[in-house]
Design a protein around this ligand. Structure first.
Ligand SMILES: N[C@@H](CCC(=O)N[C@@H](CS)C(=O)NCC(=O)O)C(=O)O
Length: 263
């Protein structure tokens, strides 16, 4: 995508992430989209775009180019001109990319304290994201779901019954305590990458566990009514979510296996 003002004043940001799925790349896309920032989603931009990911994680590689260390796993962000000696900067790990872009795109709070609260909340949401993934892959990522289904059923039950209420209750408390945010923002009075990250995890959980969420959302009215519905309407995000750039959930982190949901 490319839009108005910011497109001319920001570097040509490049997101490198598996094509066709939202996955962890979505946390990065949301900060670009919420701020109307131009970026290239390289693996989705051309037919052989997946090669950008494959070369990024090549097990024999000792660099991701331009003197940057190799990346362990996608997503990665490439920023021409921002690395050592004016070369490209390549960073990986979702929260590291979010913290970098948060600073550049004004989604990282207004002072040092807010900056660290925002990072802390984003990390907590990413923990929840990981736990959601582990409900369908509790034993090994190399195995098919069908080969770890019994363990998945056990894992999902604990996840739904004890982990979701703990995380949701936590974010509900944070929202209520942040009076400035009026239930719509986790930190301060404006959007941050903590908001977009928590929102994406809630959205994924609604897809993966529709019955469970339908049953318990009412226990967290600030989180689901004010926050979740409010963030969806934010400028930039609203247009993005209605566009075909927003990839559908499928075989990624958030998967809908009815047997793992509330029965
Ligand atoms: N903590 C890392 C996790 C990265 C990760 O697990 N990436 C997935 C795609 S969403 C992957 O391809 N992992 C390969 C692997 O871990 O071997 C992050 O947030 O960036």
């Amino acid at each position: 995508m490319s839009t108005a003002k910011k497109a001319r004043t920001t570097p040509p940001y490049e997101l490198i992430y598996w094509p066709s799925i939202p996955g962890r790349g979505e946390f990065i896309r949301l900060v670009f989209e919420a701020t109307g920032t131009s970026y290239t989603d390289t693996a989705n931009a051309s037919k052989d775009g997946i090669n950008s990911v494959l070369s990024l994680i090549d097990a024999k590689s000792t660099t991701s180019g331009d003197g940057n260390p190799p990346a362990f796993a996608p997503p990665a962000l490439k920023v021409p001109g921002e690395g050592k000696e004016g070369k490209a900067l390549v960073i990986y790990q979702t929260p590291s990319i979010l913290a970098y872009l948060g600073d550049k795109l004004d989604l990282a709070g207004s002072d040092e304290a807010e900056k660290h609260w925002i990072l802390s909340h984003a990390l907590t949401a990413l923990d929840l994201n990981n736990e959601a993934h582990d409900t369908h892959h509790p034993i090994a990522v190399q195995l098919y779901y069908e080969d770890q289904k019994d363990e998945s059923l056990r894992k999902a039950k604990f996840f739904r019954e004890s982990r979701l209420p703990k995380f949701f209750g936590y974010f509900e408390r944070v929202l209520k305590a942040n009076e400035e945010g009026k239930g719509k923002y986790l930190v301060g009075a404006k959007l941050s990458f903590a908001d977009t990250t928590v929102w994406q995890v809630l959205d994924g959980l609604k897809f993966a566990f529709p019955k469970e969420l339908a049953a318990i959302e009412k226990d967290y009215p600030t989180l689901f009514e004010t926050f979740y519905n409010g963030i969806k309407e934010e400028g930039g995000l609203k247009e993005y979510l209605a566009s075909d750039r927003r990839l559908p959930y499928s075989e990624g982190i958030f998967r809908h296996y009815p047997e793992l949901d509330r029965q």
